[in-house]
Design a protein around this ligand. Structure first.
Ligand code: NAD
Length: 501
């Protein structure tokens, strides 16, 4: 798998590293300076079909689905193996994706943490029994769904993969992973760790690099894929749901957001200001699904709040993620840079640009895709930059008068992924939290996610839940085994007439 100098990654199918049948290799370049980081094979739908076949055979012919001890042990070992590689994998994540090294380190550690959590649950894939009457009972057992295609975006390649992979494996499924073509490298290194595990039968985990429109779509359409676990853009999620309809497969969709960060006048001011900046995920150039990209600030503190937020945003150090002290890395590529700058132009027509709003090209920055942290003030609720996910270092600030208006504005987009409320009044915090239609609401903090607590989208931010027990049940089917006891002395007193007898 490893060529001299620059590495070349391959697909991993049926326990073997092999080249895909795509014509050209992919060249993955560092978004901070354009340097070649590694190469990767590229695939066609033919490779996707081979991976599905390998997964299906392994699922049907190994004892993986029944062997919860092997699943638990394998996942514990995988978590340890990942922890042992935090440093070099974090460097690779930063080089392929641009984010500051500290963020990449956190990503690897969180990935390991999720795997460890689901290792503990692998032996607890339980259902329940129901006593239906004197002579009848139901065993409700959970079984794996079968073959799961896991399709991942580029912004958090490893933690978004492990968040789906760990519960899918813990529940006993076989998987085909399709990473984003922009960031397959750290994932390939991680797949090698799985290959090293004696507990995981070959073919249970497969990895295919290729375009979403062909390789990804093939996985979604394939009749032998039983479920698609997709993380990515909302419009892609809609396409996936349409494509999955033909074979009526299960889908889990983790999509985009435009999360409101609601700051009341009685909040701890310093914390709320830091929360506005970190919530907007400026550290990863705003390329985070739960980013609090809309700050809703109460009118009475607006001026003072803006003074402080602007000063902080202006001071943020932008540069290559590997450089010490850098707080904001580049965006992923030129296409994303142009997309974000188009939104900045739209924003200039809709609201007041108060910080940034330009590409940074001085010195070494000119080699990469750097955008200055950008703040727009007085953004109208229906403005494009208040409605659409920009996925760049751009903060839109809106104002509100009171609690009611705050909740109304918070809910005024098609998204419902996350939100935050900053106030020292716990009653107000909980009232607003209950009114906001999103899968996650933080109170006096932003962005905290835990493997043992569910997250996911309301509205057009998705279907299904990640993390926690619900995140495990996503990857299971419930089966009802019904038992009628033969006991002539005790006739059933169940008064509900049976159907189908
Ligand atoms: P994307 O939708 O373009 O791509 C995501 C993945 O889907 C990639 O692997 C891509 O190759 C594949 N894909 C694309 N078209 C496909 C198709 N027709 N069929 C099958 N697969 C296809 O998203 P992106 O630009 O890589 O990532 C950014 C988006 O992801 C943002 O919208 C962000 O909010 C979202 N996101 C959501 C979460 C969450 O948890 N809700 C987390 C991270 C990112």
């Amino acid at each position: 798998m490893i060529a001299e100098g620059v590495k070349t990654y391959q697909n991993y199918i049926g326990g073997q590293w092999r080249d895909g049948s795509g014509k050209d290799q992919l060249e993955i370049r560092d978004p901070a300076n354009g340097e070649l980081v590694y190469r990767s094979t590229s695939s066609t739908p033919e490779d996707a079909r081979a991976a599905v076949q390998a997964a299906k055979e392994a699922y049907e012919h190994s004892d993986w689905a029944e062997n919860s001890v092997a699943r638990a042990r394998g996942l514990y070992k995988l978590a340890e193996a990942l922890r042992a590689r935090v440093d070099d994998l974090a460097r690779l994540l930063t080089r392929e994706g641009g984010k500051p090294l500290s963020v990449s380190r956190a990503e690897v550690i969180r990935g390991a943490d999720a795997i460890e959590y689901y290792a503990g649950l692998a032996r607890n894939v339980y259902g329940r029994t129901v006593n239906l009457g004197p002579n009848e009972m139901a065993i409700l057992m959970r079984e794996p769904v079968g073959v799961v295609a896991i399709i991942v975006p580029w912004n958090m390649a490893l933690s978004l993969l492990t968040r789906s992979l760990a519960p899918a494996l813990a529940a006993g499924n076989a998987v085909v992973i399709k990473p984003a073509s922009l960031t397959p490298g750290a994932t390939a290194e991680f797949i090698q760790m799985i290959d090293d595990l004696a507990e995981v039968p070959k073919g249970i985990v497969n990895f295919v690099v290729g375009p979403g429109s062909s390789v990804g779509a093939e996985l979604v359409r394939h009749p032998d894929v039983d479920m698609v676990a997709f993380t990515g853009d909302t419009s892609t999620g809609k396409d996936i749901m349409r494509m999955a309809a033909d074979t009526l497969k299960k889908v889990s969709l983790e999509l985009g957001g435009k999360s409101p960060n609601i700051v009341f006048a009685d909040a701890d001011f310093d914390r709320a200001i830091r929360g506005a900046i970190t919530g907007a995920s400026l550290f990863h150039a705003g390329q985070v699904c739960v980013a609090g990209s809309r700050v809703l600030v109460q009118e009475s503190i607006h001026d003072e709040f803006m003074k402080r937020v602007n000063a902080m945003a202006e001071k943020m150090r932008v540069g290559p993620g590997l450089e010490k002290g850098v707080e904001v890395g580049p965006v992923i590529n030129e296409g994303q840079l142009n997309r974000v700058m188009d939104y900045v132009e739209i924003g200039k027509r809709e609201a007041d640009l108060v910080v940034g709003g330009k590409r940074l090209t001085e010195g070494e920055l000119g080699k990469g895709f750097f955008i200055a942290p950008t703040v727009f003030d007085r953004v109208p609720v229906q403005a494009t930059i208040a409605q659409e996910e920009i996925f760049g270092p751009v903060l839109s600030v809106l104002t509100f008068k009171d609690e009611e208006e705050a909740a109304e504005i918070a809910n005024a987009t098609v998204y419902g992924l996350a939100a935050a409320v900053w106030t020292n009044d716990i009653n107000k915090a909980l009232r607003v939290a209950k009114q906001v239609r999103s899968g996650m609401v933080w109170i006096n903090t932003f962005g905290k996610l835990y493997p043992n607590a569910e997250m996911g989208g309301f509205k057009q931010s998705g279907i299904g839940r990640q993390y926690g027990l619900e995140g495990l049940w996503e990857y299971t089917e419930m089966k009802h085994i019904n038992i009628q006891l033969q006991d002539p002395k005790r006739a059933s007193r169940n008064r509900v007439p049976p159907i189908g007898e």
